[in-house]
Design a protein around this ligand. Structure first.
Ligand code: 5GP
Length: 114
């Protein structure tokens, strides 16, 4: 399985501004933030896209969302509101093929998105 830049961040091989981590999950600030808070939440397990998540990943997927909520609370955006986004494959703009949740907030977010 080819390792992506996020796999290297999870392994500590390249630096990132990490805001949360545990034995299964790492959360770090996006290099090119699209909002005042823009944090990526990834599993240490290298799942390429949401399409590649398997039934045995169900608990891990739940933990990713719980970690996203924890990050939002820690960033102080939970009450005002924030968005959690998963881009899946090219038409959605996925560029890094290691499953990740974008946690975006700190400004009003338009809906529907472009
Ligand atoms: P995607 O488009 O795949 O959903 O999101 C990938 C995100 O990863 C983009 O928002 C991009 O700015 C971010 N990104 C790409 N390379 C790096 C990196 O090396 N470090 C960090 N922290 N973020 C990255």
């Amino acid at each position: 399985m080819s390792e992506t830049i996020f796999g290297k961040i999870a392994a500590g091989e390249i630096p990132a501004d990490i805001v949360y981590q545990d034995d299964e999950i790492v959360a770090f600030r996006d290099l090119s933030p699209q909002a005042p808070t823009h944090v990526l939440v990834i599993p240490r397990k290298p799942i390429r896209t949401l399409n590649d998540a398997a039934p045995e990943d169900a608990e891990l997927l739940g933990k990713l969302f719980l970690a996203a909520a924890k990050v939002a609370a820690h960033e102080g955006i939970a009450e005002a509101g924030y968005r959690v986004v998963v881009n899946c494959n090219a038409a959605a703009g996925q560029t890094v093929f290691h499953l990740h949740l974008h946690v975006l907030g700190g400004r009003p977010l338009q809906w529907p998105p472009g």
